[in-house]
Ligand binder design. Sequence first.
Ligand SMILES: [Zn+2]
Length: 433
Amino acid sequence: MQDARLWRTLLGVEKTVVESIDLEDDGGFLIASVRPTGSMRNRCGICQRRSPKYDQGEGLRRWRSLDLGTVQVWLQAAAPRIRCSKHGVTVAAVPWARHQAGHTHDFDAQVAWLATKSSKTAVTELMRIAWRTVGAIITRVWADTEKEFDRFADLKRIGIDEISYKRGHKYLTVVVDHDSGRLLWAAPGRDKATLRTFFDALGEERSAAITHVSADAAPWIAAVVAERCPDAVQCADSFHIIKWATEALDEVRRTAWNDARKAARANEPGRERGRPPAGSPARPDSALAAGVKNSRYALWKNPENLTEKQQTKLAWIVQTDPRLGRAYYLKEGLRLVFKLPLEEAAEALDKWVAWARRCRIPSFVKLQKSIVKHRESILAAIEHGLSNGRVESMNTKIRLITRIAFGFKSPDALIALAMLSLGGPKPMLPGRN
Ligand SMILES: [Zn+2]
């Protein structure tokens, strides 16, 4: 064919013969009929080994390629089957696409890059594919990327966590590298068997080289870590511990709100909407109910991040509902422990425990028991500097990805998106170096 080299360049294909070019659908589609060059023919789609031809397969197949201008481009070729001595009968390899894929290498690469950089709508509309197709593409791109580098080299300090997806019904176990800040590994499930597959992949020698493991206080994590890297120091993730305190505080807030509402209903019968007339009696219970209801963020946020309005709200709560105020200071007190040097932290933690034990707030009395139980791993986290926000920020990013990935058929696509975004080597745009 004339201009064969020009077409090979425009189509971004190598080791490929372009036989003809046709336009279909009023010029909306460009169909390039192609075939692998001699040396690339009759190779196993899985291992690339030269193999005897088996049959014609299912005739002509098409592969979606990158658009040329606004025109959709498809490669069209025969898809014969071969018989590989190792893999049996399978479709022959093609130089322009992955085995069994319906899109070219360049198309896959561009989708992977976009998926880690832009919104769901941007990828699906620009590339004119469904979100599920994006999921299938990034899954195979990650499977190949994974083979190209040794993600488990030189591991010393790791963090293990569980993250919910699919509206909290399903979980991933994730492992991060504290030193590089990379996401190392993720798999569906949250149990001993799941975590063991991580240590299996890591291997005995490298597992033994792990010096520190941080995790939330889940017993299944502690058990497997003790079993596979018994010499590693187990540390508690500070943000999980602080989350417990925030949850205990929220329980107090909800109780306070319910009590105030009940009291308001009993003592302060309803009145007309709108501004109360001058001289109306005060309604302290209603005011308290309304104030506590809107106090969630003032109570949750770290005091240094509070807006002026939230600071005022907080001061008002501490005065109006001393019990809720006490719960707030207990939460803040525990958060402070993680900011102290080890010697002071140990003393401060014990003082906090004594305070919480006597506070007469059930959720904090209960929390205090958990803290005592995990005292050693909490202090280990402070001693070894693993109480940093790295795991937490990774956690936040993965949660964001789980929301974006909603709609993928399998957790493999979610894991692929997380690994391609946070795992190290980032997807590259095709044709760039
Ligand atoms: Zn093979």
